[in-house]
Design a protein around this ligand. Structure first.
Ligand code: FE2
Ligand code: FE2
Ligand code: FE2
Length: 438
């Protein structure tokens, strides 16, 4: 029998009390994850947040408005990540920039702390168009969206190969030529006054931009409780999963499977919630893996597999920057470790792999093999359990967890199917709403 109590002592950490998660670190972590998709644009989300926040402060916007600019800057391109594949557009095709902004809005609009942030994101690519851009589709466009638009453009124009102060004048002129057409003239003026000061450019491109932003953060919401963390983790699960239609419900399936397995083994309500959040986030690092590798049905080359193997490393490094997320990070990020030490990326052996991580690993195997993919149907649970038993014999998976799964395989599979069906329905609903506003 599995001794849950004993296994806790192997390092899952203190699970008493409800963890409260710092919002700033969480959003920065998630924005860093999105930056992995486009390594050419260094710190893109943080730079846009810094520039937008600086302009907002200079314009005398309220603290609340400045805070919303900060969050919106950090998250503004969330919609772009999942859009290319969803719409069947090839990577080289230029997307209608307003569409990704609208998808970003749909992703965040129902997350309470970010409902206004979602609106800023929705219109962040609306051109000023000599004043016509004060409205879009009959709705007023917030000033914050126009600030974001300019900040986004400035960040894209900066080249990392060249010293920033050599570029400042050229970028400022380029923005000025688009005053009235793309950007609000008053916002351009405020930007120009900031652009005359060296610190603005040096801050915007500083490797320490994360801590500069944190010191300037004026948020009133500083922490997330477990429910809010789950909601935010689920949003990011959508950003990760919707990126590819091949795996559009994978993380949701892993989250519900892992939560159910944990309950079967015995866990508290808080631990179950933490496991669900960990499941949603376990493949966060896949944002660093190019789509052609992610979507190759089988037979990755040695080189491609090396790239694929980086994903749990990225998940780990991103989540470890967030206070109070240590346990969730371990459960999420060690899902490719094996008990015999031959897993990746840390090659931990059994004594370093906690119960939660073992459950996640089993849930990931189970969901990956049972779920349908466009290029193959899912395998029957009975066949998957045979394969997992072989993995137990090869010292990959935990024997107690796999036998608990085998004893309750119908129940676990039902929960897995329900989780993925619900995620698919949400995906369809998002697509419907997306088509309705495009
Ligand atoms: Fe952007
Ligand atoms: Fe994975
Ligand atoms: Fe996975």
């Amino acid at each position: 029998m599995l001794d849950a109590e004993g296994l806790w002592d192997k390092g899952t950490g203190d699970l008493t009390g409800k963890p409260r998660i710092p919002l700033f670190e969480t959003v920065v972590g998630l924005s860093n994850a999105m930056d992995l998709v486009n390594p050419g644009l260094v710190d893109h989300h943080k730079r846009v947040a810094y520039i937008a926040l600086s302009i907002g402060a200079e314009m005398g916007l309220s603290y609340g408005e400045q805070t919303n600019l900060l969050w919106a800057g950090l998250l503004h391109d969330s919609g772009a990540i999942s859009l290319k594949e969803r719409r069947g557009v090839s990577a080289s095709t230029q997307l209608n920039p307003e569409k990704h902004a609208r998808l970003g809005y749909l992703l965040f609009k129902d997350f309470k702390p970010f409902s206004e942030v979602a609106t800023l994101i929705r219109y962040h690519r609306t051109p000023w168009n000599e004043g016509a851009g004060a409205e879009a589709n009959g709705n007023g466009v917030p000033t914050g969206s126009h600030i974001l638009h300019l900040a986004d453009r400035v960040a894209v124009l900066l080249r990392d190969q060249k010293k920033v102060l050599y570029q400042a004048e050229g970028v400022t002129k380029e923005i000025a030529t688009q005053s009235r057409d793309l950007f609000v003239p008053e916002i351009v003026q405020v930007f120009e006054s900031l652009a005359a000061k060296e610190y603005f450019w040096l801050d915007a491109t500083s490797p320490a931009i994360g801590s500069i932003l944190e010191r300037r953060s004026v948020s009133v919401i500083v922490e997330l409780d477990m429910t809010q963390l789950i909601d935010l983790a689920k949003l990011f699960c959508q950003v990760i999963d919707f990126r590819s239609r091949f795996t559009s419900t994978h993380s949701s399936g892993v989250a519900t499977t892992a939560e159910k397995l944990f309950a079967l083994v015995g866990c508290s309500e808080t631990e179950a919630a933490m496991m669900r959040a960990a499941g949603y986030l376990h493949d966060l690092g896949k944002l660093a893996v190019p789509l052609d590798i992610l979507e190759k049905p089988a037979g990755l080359t040695t080189e491609e597999f090396k790239i694929m193997k980086t994903h749990p490393f990225h998940t780990y490094r991103i989540l470890e920057t967030i206070d109070n997320l240590h346990t969730i990070n371990e459960w999420a990020s060690l899902h490719h470790e094996r008990l015999d030490g031959s897993g990746y990326p840390f090659h931990y052996r059994s004594d370093a792999i906690t119960l939660g991580a073992r459950i996640m690993s089993a849930a990931d195997h189970f969901a990956a093999m049972t779920e349908n993919r466009p290029y193959r149907p899912g395998m029957p649970a009975s066949r998957v359990l045979q394969i997992m038993q072989e993995e137990v014999e090869a010292r990959c998976l935990d024997p107690d967890i796999v036998s608990a799964l085998a004893r309750h395989s119908d129940e676990v599979n039902e929960v897995r199917v329900a989780g993925q069906t619900a995620a698919y329905a949400e995906y369809q609903e998002l697509s419907r709403q997306f088509d309705a506003i495009c």
